[in-house]
Design a protein around this ligand. Structure first.
Ligand code: HEM
Length: 302
């Protein structure tokens, strides 16, 4: 027989059984080669960009959001590998290196949004998007809840409270403030629409995160020696600062470039809401000194 690697043939026989192996090999003889297009599903991927207006730059806006959502999916994929790994230390190390790289890439490439659209076009096509906003990215909320404990994501006013029920925690998450009119408890369409679709899934995620299914809890469950590993701490801090300061500021400066002092499509008091120095979202607060926490985001322009 012309097959050089006998063990492979034996393995195939084991898998398909003596009787079926010939049919399977004959099938291979007639099967078409896989193509790049079939494997990457380029046709489906390239059919998903559907502008609502005639302004050419709306395409830039849609595609960059889609690119970001793909990166978010990669980040969630890496985090899942940690949840499922037997060797938590090695998995955590690899995960933080990878997800930092993804967030670095997103922070650098945000200039595609900031400098890559004509303001005049943006200011017109954005009206067709109201009251939607990237704020309603469910994957972004999952990244947060899978990185740290829900209590670290609550509004600063509640951060020192004892843990409460999932439903209560959901109401106290920092981003709920963006969805309420100042001096009112009434939710804006931005948040009401988001919660209508996702509140059940978010409550489930809060329960899982509280139960230890987040990167911080996994880190905290490791031995003291592993927790004190310098490289691990460095990559955790890098991820935390990239996700919660660098990316946030690239986003903030983009919003400033287009909206200036104006209103966002989601209608939030966005300048106060977005700047990291106000909410001080920190995934791994005990990895910082009191002084570092007090000055979180303070080097950034408002
Ligand atoms: C011209 C481009 C952009 C502008 C002007 C902009 C503006 C804003 C504003 C003002 C908010 C606050 C909520 C609101 O009232 O809408 C927001 C939230 C948000 N946007 Fe964007 N954005 C832009 C691009 C993007 C892109 C490309 C993404 C990627 C998915 C994104 C993801 C988000 C997320 C995740 C939030 C919530 C952030 C948080 O809760 O801290 N945005 N955006």
């Amino acid at each position: 027989m012309a097959v050089k690697n006998k063990p492979i043939l034996e393995k195939l026989q084991e898998k398909f059984g003596e009787a079926n192996i010939e049919t399977r090999l004959a099938g291979l003889l007639h099967a078409q080669d896989i193509t790049y297009r079939d494997y990457i599903h380029t046709e489906t991927l390239l059919s998903l960009q559907k502008p609502r207006t005639k302004f050419p730059d709306e395409m830039v806006f849609i595609m960059y959001h889609q690119i970001t959502e793909l990166y978010f999916k990669l980040i969630l994929w890496e985090i899942k590998q940690v949840f499922e790994a037997d060797e938590k230390f090695a998995a955590l190390q690899k995960c933080f290196e990878r997800i930092s790289r993804y967030f670095d890439a997103l922070s650098h490439s945000f200039s595609i949004m900031k400098n890559g659209m004509e303001k005049e076009q943006y200011m017109q096509f954005r009206d067709t998007l109201t009251p939607a906003s990237g704020f309603q990215s469910f994957q972004y909320r999952l990244i947060e809840l899978q990185s740290t404990l829900p209590k670290n994501l609550t509004d600063v006013r509640y951060r020192n409270e004892e843990a409460s029920e999932a439903q209560d925690l959901l109401e106290k998450l920092y981003w709920q403030t963006a969805g309420k009119k100042p001096n009112s408890e009434k939710k804006s369409p931005l948040i009401a629409n988001f919660l209508k679709k996702h509140s059940h899934a978010l409550e489930q995620e809060i329960l899982r995160s509280n139960g230890g299914r987040n990167l911080w809890s996994i880190y905290s469950s490791m031995s003291k020696k592993e927790q004190e590993n310098k490289h691990l701490i460095e990559t955790m801090r890098h991820f935390d600062q990239t996700a919660n300061i660098t990316w946030v500021m690239s986003h903030y400066h983009t919003a400033k470039q287009y909206i200036g002092e104006g209103k966002a499509t989601g209608g939030s008091d966005w300048q106060k809401y977005m700047h990291p120095k106000f909410q001080k979202r920190i995934f791994f607060p005990t990895l910082y000194t009191e002084n570092e926490i007090a000055h979180w985001g303070h080097d950034e322009d408002l």
